[in-house]
Write a protein that binds this ligand. Structure first.
Ligand code: SAM
Length: 300
C-alpha cells in the first residue's frame, strides 16, 4: 500500500498492516474517504461475504481482490493472513455492515496479529450500537453493550436477571424474529416502567427511533408484529441507583444468614441462584461479612 501515512509506518518493524475498516450499516453514503482509499490501496480485502462486499467495492470502482473470512473459517484463514502480513502485504478486514469484530467476525484475527507482534490499525466508521446510543436520548456517559442475548428463552431470562440491577444504559442487538419475545422478557425482568428505546433500521429509509417504557414498547411492537422486519438495537435505561443498592442489600441479608451455616463458596453459590447478583459482588460481600475482606473491597 503506497499511502500509509500512519506515523507508525516509519517503524522498522517488518510486516504489513491489518486495517480494520468500517462500512455502512444501511446508508451507502456512510463510508469515509479514508476507508475507500484503504480498500483501494491494500493488497487484499478480507470480507465476511465476498459477494455482498464485491458490490460495495464495485460501486466505488475498487478492484482489490477479496477473500472470505467468516465465523466458520476465521481460525484457518488467520494463519494464512499472518503469513501474508509477514511477507509485507497490507490487508483490510471488513464485514457485511458496520465495524468488524463487533458482533461480527474479526476478533480472533485481530488477536492473532497482536500476538504475532504485527500492526492492526482502525479505519473507523459506522457501528450500530454507537449510532443507536447517539440518537437514543438515554445517558451516554456510562453504558454496557451486551451484544446478542441467548436465543433460548430460559438462558435469555437468566442473563437478563443478572443485569436487572445494572445502573449503566444497556444495549442489545436483536434479530427481528426474536424482538417481540425479548421485549417481553425485558418487561418481565426489568419491570414495565423502565425507560427504553427501540432503534430500527438506522440510516435507512424506514429509520425509527421509538422511545417509551418497556410496557409501551412491547405493545407498540405487538401492534405491528406482522410487519416487524429490519434490524434493531434495543436500549434500556440503567436501574436507578437505589434499586441497585437495594439488590445488594438483599444479597447481604441473605448472605448473613447463609454464612452462619455454610462456608463462603457454598453461601455465594446459593445467593447467586437466589439473587442473580454478580458472583464477584457476592464473593466480596461474603468475605466482608465473614471478616476475611475489607468493607471498601465490597464496593458498597
Ligand atoms: N458489526 C455491526 C456493527 O458494527 O454494528 C453489527 C453486526 S451484527 C451481526 C447485526 C446486528 O446489528 C443487527 O441484528 C442489529 O441488531 C444491529 N444493526 C445492524 N445494522 C443496523 C441498523 N441499520 N439499524 C439498527 N440495528 C442495526
Amino acid at each position: 500500500m503506497r499511502t500509509d501515512r500512519d506515523p507508525s509506518a516509519a517503524s522498522t518493524r517488518p510486516g504489513g498492516v491489518l486495517y480494520v475498516v468500517a462500512t455502512p450499516i444501511g446508508n451507502a453514503g456512510d463510508i469515509s474517504a479514508r476507508a475507500l482509499q484503504t480498500l483501494r490501496e491494500v493488497d487484499g480485502v478480507l470480507a465476511e461475504d465476498t459477494r455482498h462486499s464485491r458490490r460495495l467495492l464495485a460501486v466505488h470502482g475498487i478492484a482489490t481482490r477479496l477473500s472470505p473470512l467468516h465465523d466458520h473459517n476465521e481460525r484457518r484463514v488467520a494463519t494464512q493472513v499472518l503469513r501474508r502480513l509477514e511477507k509485507g502485504e497490507h490487508l483490510a478486514l471488513i464485514c457485511d455492515a458496520g465495524t468488524p469484530s463487533i458482533s461480527d467476525p474479526g476478533l480472533h484475527l485481530v488477536r492473532r496479529v497482536h500476538q504475532a507482534g504485527g500492526r492492526v490499525r482502525a479505519v473507523p466508521g459506522p457501528c450500530a450500537l454507537v449510532c443507536a446510543l447517539s440518537v437514543s436520548g438515554l445517558p451516554t456517559d456510562r453504558f454496557v453493550f451486551e451484544g446478542f442475548l441467548p436465543a433460548r428463552r430460559a438462558a435469555r431470562r437468566r442473563r437478563l436477571a443478572s443485569l436487572r440491577s445494572e445502573t449503566r444504559t444497556l444495549l442489545f442487538y436483536e434479530a427481528p424474529h426474536r424482538i417481540e419475545g425479548t421485549l417481553e422478557d425485558l418487561r418481565d425482568l426489568f419491570g414495565g416502567d423502565r425507560s427504553a428505546v427501540l432503534a430500527k433500521e438506522l440510516t435507512k429509509v424506514h429509520e425509527t427511533v421509538q422511545s417509551a417504557s418497556l410496557e409501551e414498547l412491547r405493545d407498540w411492537l405487538r401492534m405491528r408484529s406482522e410487519h416487524v422486519r429490519g434490524e434493531f438495537v434495543i436500549l434500556v435505561a440503567g436501574a436507578a441507583e437505589e434499586s441497585a443498592s437495594s439488590a445488594a442489600d438483599d444479597a447481604r441479608t441473605l448472605l448473613v444468614e447463609l454464612l452462619q451455616e455454610l462456608p463462603v463458596s457454598r453461601a455465594v453459590e446459593i445467593a447467586g441462584r437466589v439473587t442473580r447478583c454478580e458472583r464477584n459482588l457476592l464473593y466480596r460481600l461474603a468475605l466482608e461479612i465473614s471478616g476475611k475482606g475489607s468493607k471498601e473491597g465490597a464496593g458498597l
